[in-house]
Design a protein around this ligand. Sequence first.
Ligand SMILES: [Zn+2]
Ligand SMILES: [Zn+2]
Length: 329
Amino acid sequence: MDFLWLFTMYVVFLLVCVSVFCLLSGRSMSNSNRISNYAEMVSHVLPAWLQRYYHRALQTRSRAFVILHLILDALVFAEYSWEVFGYCWELELKWLYIFLPYALITINLYYFYLCCVTDPGTLTRQNEVSYMQVYDYDDIMFHRDRRCPTCQLLKPARSKHCSVCKGCVQRFDHHCVWVNNCVGAFNIRYFLFYLLSLTLAAVSVAGVITAFLLQVVLLSHMMTAAYIDVEGHEHLMSIAFIIQHLFLTFPRMVFTLGFLLILVLLLGGYSCFVLHLCLTNQTTNEWCKARSHSSGTGLLSKSAKGYSRGRVENMREIFQPHTYYKKDR
Ligand SMILES: [Zn+2]
Ligand SMILES: [Zn+2]
């Protein structure tokens, strides 16, 4: 297989990954306009049988993306264990760096599991009254004496009905297809650790692969080597030539590195966004609402910051929601 074919496959693979991530991020933002736009676009583009699958995977609770997540984890770590680990061991890279990705992915899988199975704060007849006491109504985004038209339960401030989980969720953030669960009052802390540990795991694997490829370049003296072209002229190795050489010598490793670099950029940016929301005591739902109405009087964007009580208290609310919810406020 020549370089051009490999490179084309590589670019297509990355584009598909970025598109899937952007599409699903848009879905998980729970912005109703965006969802209906996607649904309309999908109905024009996809055949009927694929639309049914799309609906089942994205608009009802489905383990499809949980399984896809685990498959991607398994593929990256299979490549790491199969190829990268052995080479790095032979090159005597520090064992701490080589084993760090395994430690981080173990931590990540633990928080991934907690995100999937923890009740985010689903409203029931038994808890609706106590949840009503937790937050004050701002009468801008959240209005008192309203009932959810679907569940018929009283709507506490900051709650929202999730059409995928078919229930109202306290301090609703968004529905995440990757964990097949809503992110709400009681699992937002796990979701934050899940994102941070996944980003760090991707950084550590990408770091070890980069260190290995740099070692290969340095040990083989590629930077100072020369090659002779078809006309018999001698040239020094350029950076592009070295990348092409590495691509052809270790194609799976370079594929994985490219995928991880894109992932680190997307996940790193998203983790910073979620951390910012936690520090300012906003939910994704409130952030979207404030943005979509901020062209008006600006009241909504003020209201979105209205639940903030300072960074320390805001983070306490994220990490100790149970004690917070027991307060008689
Ligand atoms: Zn509801
Ligand atoms: Zn949900």
